[in-house]
Design a protein around this ligand. Structure first.
Ligand code: IMP
Length: 415
């Protein structure tokens, strides 16, 4: 079996996937982003400080790991260059990356279109132009990275956005894109072939999902979703390979958050949500927006488990729950008086879903930085066991703080 590991958000994004991917990539050869673009914000806190990665795969912070930006992503070349500069300013070695020539580009008019079509207001999108770039891809009018090799075609594309030309300077865009092409020439090519060869040579590959299952364009809470396949199914589509995974890791926070509009049954409005937000620093890594906060939702998690077939769970930010006298977990919903165990697909049912909570005892002692399961308070251990049993999936990793090292590992990833 090729040693391929998938890391997939099990909730509404922001599950601290960056930290998990960074950990798994310590001994990996490749780290692959296959969906999304600069809407993602993957945070890693290490000896250099806090890195906020948007398009560069988190594993590429390790010098031996090649970050691959596969064709399933949409790429903002300007934002990518800024990301490199930000990492350089922290004194980090330059991450090694390889970009699929088939990747679709986000151009300045995509962001303008996102505003004009009211996506940001209606859905709470991240204003990065991601949705409109994906729309152009399926509309068969997108601009791919390889198209920069055909200047005539590039000009035609940029000038065809007539309605936005008053707001953007086409010649500057064209010059910037040609500059980008020259700068990144040696890092662009057929990523599908590269990955297929790597997998058949037995290289270690980590697939880094962006956003989460509940934001998947098909499996999420449509229409309040992102525009890509965020689940494990996005890997064959977005990277062009179909590995036999040695692990599919679902990453879930020990509670729940959502940023942007859309149903969120366990959202807390009693003040405890606010407490979670402050304790967990729940503000968007990409937009700075305060995240909506609430309790762990096992109905949604069971659904994510079914959709993705997780073999392991990573339960992150467990330390944030310290100090709560009791902890709630939604085990079912009540919809119009009826108990519902399955996650409803229809938005109008979901909008009426009231969580049925089980209440577990909390713990007082801070657990920041704990690295051994046995050092957790009894109640924290019981909480982890409760989640494990409810999902019938082992919790392989537990996050206990912001730093990369604040992790309980009870599994050998590459054995
Ligand atoms: P878009 O991806 O910018 O089109 O936004 C669509 C929805 O996905 C909005 O509710 C965003 O807040 C949400 N979203 C997009 N990317 C992320 C992410 O990385 N974390 C959490 N939410 C996200």
């Amino acid at each position: 079996m090729a040693p391929a590991v998938a890391v997939i958000g099990a909730q509404w994004g922001d599950e601290a996937k960056g930290k998990i991917v960074h950990f798994l990539s310590r001994e990996a050869d490749f780290c692959v982003r296959f969906n999304g673009g600069p809407n993602a914000g993957h945070t890693v806190v290490d000896g250099y400080g806090e890195a906020r990665l948007h398009q560069i795969p988190a594993g590429a912070l390790h010098p031996q790991c090649l970050g691959v930006l596969a064709h399933g992503m949409v790429l903002d070349p300007w934002a990518l260059q800024e990301e490199f500069s930000a990492l350089k300013a922290q004194g980090r070695p330059e991450p090694k990356i390889f970009i699929s020539e088939r990747i679709h580009l986000i151009l300045p008019y995509h962001r303008l279109r996102e505003e004009k079509e009211g996506m940001a207001d209606k859905l709470g999108t991240t204003r990065k132009g991601v949705g409109p770039a994906y729309m152009d891809r399926v509309g068969r009018r997108g601009l791919r990275l390889l198209d920069l090799g055909n200047e005539e075609y590039l000009r035609e594309k940029v000038y065809s956005e007539g309605q936005y030309l008053g707001k953007i300077e086409p010649e500057t865009i064209i010059a910037d894109l040609l500059h980008f092409r020259r700068e990144f020439e040696n890092r662009v090519g057929d990523a599908q072939v590269l990955l297929a060869q790597a997998l058949s040579a037995g290289k270690r590959v980590v697939f880094e999902g962006a956003q989460g299952t509940m934001l998947d364009v098909d499996f999420g809470t449509y229409p309040y979703v992102t525009s890509s396949t965020t689940t494990v199914h996005g890997i064959p589509v977005g990277a062009g390979v179909w590995p036999e995974f040695s692990a599919v890791i679902g990453v879930a926070k020990a509670y729940a958050t959502r940023v942007g509009a859309g149903p969120f049954p366990t959202e807390d409005h009693t003040g405890l949500g606010e407490k979670l937000r402050e304790a967990g620093r729940e503000y968007g890594a990409t937009t700075g927006r305060p995240r909506r906060c609430g309790w762990l939702d096992l109905v949604a998690l069971r659904y994510a488990q079914k959709v993705n077939g997780f073999t392991h769970l990573a339960l992150t930010k467990l330390d944030v729950l310290s100090g709560f006298s009791e902890i709630r977990v939604a085990v079912a919903y009540r919809v119009r008086g009826r108990r519902v165990e399955e996650f409803p697909a229809a938005p109008w049912e979901l909008a009426q879903a009231e969580p049925v909570y089980e209440v577990l005892p909390g713990w007082k002692r801070g657990i920041q930085g704990v690295r051994d399961f046995e050092d957790l308070p009894r109640e924290a251990k019981e909480y982890v066991r409760f989640v494990e049993e409810a999902l019938s999936v082992p919790v392989a990793l537990i996050g206990t703080g912001r730093e990369a090292e604040a992790l309980i590992v009870s599994w050998e990833p590459w054995s």
